[in-house]
Design a protein around this ligand. Structure first.
Ligand code: NAP
Length: 265
């Protein structure tokens, strides 16, 4: 049995992870951490009934006390770098769903996990469909290099653009470059600020934030007299759970830092 601690256990994603871990026969839910709801029962917050496991507040102290095999983190972009440093420094393996880590921060965490001989897995998106969307987009980009991304999320999301959109742009740009494919120049020279979105690796991303949405993305490829759109919709946070559970079970199979669920599929 792998003993799993959830950081952000009272959140929208974290509470789903508590339930998914609890229901998996190979995993044991051993603790929940957050900065709110301290003392509340993690099982009751996750809608699975009383587990006798209260949410605790000090991640470092909880790691010392409980010594989990794996920490799953779904907290906040502002907190994830420090959380990851704390977990790795305790010699504990980690699965990170929280978005917002920069490439430089990932490099620091990779070195730290090598020093402490731990494994850390980071995925901007744990949904299988979203990973396939990125894979297909990467295959199309050399043939249709003119591309923009629209990502749509619920209005409580704290970061923009989404980690998935950034990762998609990174992958498309790399595929386009490897194929020597050039997009047409953007001829817009008069626009209101933000009207043309933001650029990541020279690919335009538009971010929509509205209540009712969960996590959605369109990758739009333009051609001559034709266009091709790929769309992925996560309509329920349950869509992320098979990927999270897979990552928890596989994280120790790859020492150091691994980025992206495609590495486990
Ligand atoms: P959420 O509902 O706000 O839950 C996060 C929880 O963590 C909140 O209870 C928050 O408390 C708590 N928290 C904040 N800072 C903390 C810290 N330093 N230590 C412990 N707990 C802390 O957010 P969510 O919708 O679950 O999303 C969490 C993260 O996952 C976001 O970055 C989101 O973009 C990402 N996400 C990733 C995927 C994926 O597939 N990789 C999918 C969906 C979401 P407060 O409310 O007091 O701040």
């Amino acid at each position: 049995m792998l003993r799993v601690l959830v950081n952000g256990a009272d959140g929208r994603m974290g509470s789903q992870v508590v339930k998914a871990v609890y229901e998996d026969k190979d995993l044991e839910f051993v603790g929940g951490v957050s900065i709110t709801n301290i003392g509340a029962d993690a099982g009751e917050l996750a809608g699975i009934g009383h587990l006798g496991i209260p949410i605790r507040g000090d991640l470092g102290k909880v790691l010392d006390d409980i010594k989990p095999d794996v920490v799953v983190d779904f907290t906040a972009p502002r907190a994830i770098f420090e959380n990851a440093r704390t977990v790795i420094s305790h010699g504990t393996n980690m699965v990170v769903g929280t978005t917002g880590l920069t490439a430089e921060q990932r490099d620091v965490l990779a070195k730290l996990s090598a020093e402490h001989k731990t494994s850390i897995f980071i995925a901007p998106n744990f949904s299988i469909g979203a990973v396939l969307m990125m894979k297909v987009a990467t295959e199309i980009a050399p043939f249709l290099p003119d591309v923009e991304i629209i990502e749509l999320h619920h209005n409580n999301k704290l970061d923009a653009p989404s980690g998935t959109a950034i990762m998609t742009a990174n992958k498309i740009a790399a595929a386009r470059k490897a194929a020597g494919a050039q997009p047409a120049p953007d001829k817009t020279h008069e626009s209101l600020e933000g009207a043309r979105g933001t650029k990541v690796d020279d690919i335009t991303i538009h971010s929509v934030r509205l209540p009712g949405y969960v996590a959605h993305q369109e990758v739009l490829f333009g051609g001559y007299g034709e266009y091709l759109t790929i769309r992925h919709d996560s309509v329920d946070r349950k869509s992320f759970m098979p990927g999270v559970i897979l990552a928890v079970k596989k994280v120790t199979s790859r020492p150091g830092l691994t980025f992206g669920l495609e590495n486990y599929l």
